[in-house]
Design a protein around this ligand. Structure first.
Ligand SMILES: Nc1ncnc2c1ncn2[C@@H]1O[C@H](COP(=O)(O)OP(=O)(O)O)[C@@H](O)[C@H]1O
Ligand SMILES: [Mg+2]
Length: 366
């Protein structure tokens, strides 16, 4: 029951690789590895995934291969940390790297919905000699769903308890919530909007560093109420769920449409406030007893402090209930691979808006 999950999210910060044992009721993480992108590949991915400019098909075809090769390298590095051989692994679940996510009911002219993850699974299966399951999102789209978020079913598996309504909040480049209601099987979930993505992009452009460690830079700025209001007025935040979004929407171009002459540090402070307010507004109607936080944003002390202040209920890391917040999403893709091989469905129509639940992904045998 050993599965590997491979995930690289909208932050494109690193490839998360995790080896999970599903033999017991509680999934057990055996090994983890965070695999760096080469600067060049990361730069290319960032550029293509946020500007709708012409790109040669050959550029994307090559990138599809390079992403797959890097994912396969991540698997080798992960297994090298253990005594396991590829023959002992049931399967890899590979999310791939999203180039563009344009779900149903998006705005804009050219609005036929699609979602597009690259990282050729043929290459991953061949290089690792492990059966690879990939392309999870498009089957949900094919039955009318958003293709995202896919993690709520796994959150339910990990955290649902019948006594209290809980929210699982994943703060990646984009933030998403899972609502686990007490006494109900009806799980809800959606993308609340920007998470760390804009914070990363703005500090990179202004100071040339990859992230605002602990929110230290934002702490030095003042929240610009005017700007905050303009940003929060974006229609996405008021859309009813199901809804999902990506870096192709919430990016520097989006931010710059709203900027006037604010000082860079105040913009950073305001972006933290935007993340916090868009998340809390999404959470409040469900009246949960607590919020469990995972994803990289859990390490941003400023975001965590402000969420606690605004929501006035415990907002804590999943680490406090024994689950490492940095590996949940990658573990989810290991779990989804297992679901697929066992011919079980992986999407939740109540979350994605799909017409039915379906078996997700394609299988590339070793
Ligand atoms: N100590 C920290 N302080 C502030 N932000 C952090 C810290 N650690 C991680 N992050 C943020 O988390 C992001 C990565 O989160 P992750 O969950 O991997 O997102 P994604 O799923 O989009 O890849 C980083 O880009 C960074 O913005
Ligand atoms: Mg990441």
């Amino acid at each position: 029951m050993l599965y590997i999950g491979l995930m690289s999210g909208t932050s494109i910060d690193a490839i998360d690789a995790v080896l999970v044992d599903f033999s017991n009721e509680v999934p057990q993480i055996i090994a983890t590895h965070s695999h760096a992108w080469s600067l060049e590949t990361r730069q290319q991915l960032l550029q293509i995934s946020q500007s709708n400019q012409a790109v040669f098909p050959s550029t994307i075809a090559h990138l599809d291969q390079i992403v797959a090769e890097t994912f396969a390298d991540a698997v080798h590095a992960l297994l090298n940390k253990t005594n396991y051989k590829s023959q002992q692994i049931q399967a890899i679940g590979s999310h791939g790297q999203t180039l563009w996510h344009q779900p149903p009911r998006c705005s804009g002219l050219n609005c036929r919905p699609f979602t597009w993850q690259i990282g050729d699974p043929n290459i991953i299966a061949q290089r690792t000699e492990i059966t690879t399951v990939a392309d999870f999102r498009r089957r949900d789209l094919a039955v009318g769903g958003q293709g995202a978020p896919l993690v709520p079913a796994f959150h339910a598996d990990l955290f649902q308890n019948a006594q209290n309504t809980q929210i699982i909040l994943n703060i990646g480049g984009i933030a998403n919530i899972t609502v686990l209601p007490a006494n109900s099987k009806q799980i809800l979930g959606f993308d609340t909007g920007c998470g760390n993505g804009l914070l990363d992009a703005w500090i990179l452009e202004q100071l040339g560093v990859k992230m605002d460690f602990n929110g230290d830079w934002a702490k030095q700025g003042r929240v610009d109420k005017n700007l905050l209001e303009k940003l929060l007025a974006d229609p996405y935040f008021n859309l009813p769920f199901p809804k999902s979004t990506g870096r192709d929407y919430f990016n520097l171009n989006w931010l710059k449409q709203h900027l006037n002459k604010e000082s860079p540090v105040d913009v950073q402070a305001t972006l933290v406030e935007l993340t916090v307010h868009s998340i809390s507004r999404s959470i409040q109607p469900f009246d949960p007893k607590r919020v469990l936080v995972c994803g990289g944003g859990v390490h941003n002390a400023l975001i965590m402090q402000k969420l606690n202040e605004v929501l006035q209920i415990p907002v804590i890391s999943t680490a406090e209930v024994g689950v490492d917040p940095d590996w949940i999403e990658a573990s989810c893709f290991a779990w989804l691979a297992k679901q697929t091989l066992e011919r079980k469905t992986g999407n939740l129509p109540s979350v994605t808006g799909a017409k039915q639940d379906v078996i997700l992904g394609g299988v590339y045998y070793a």
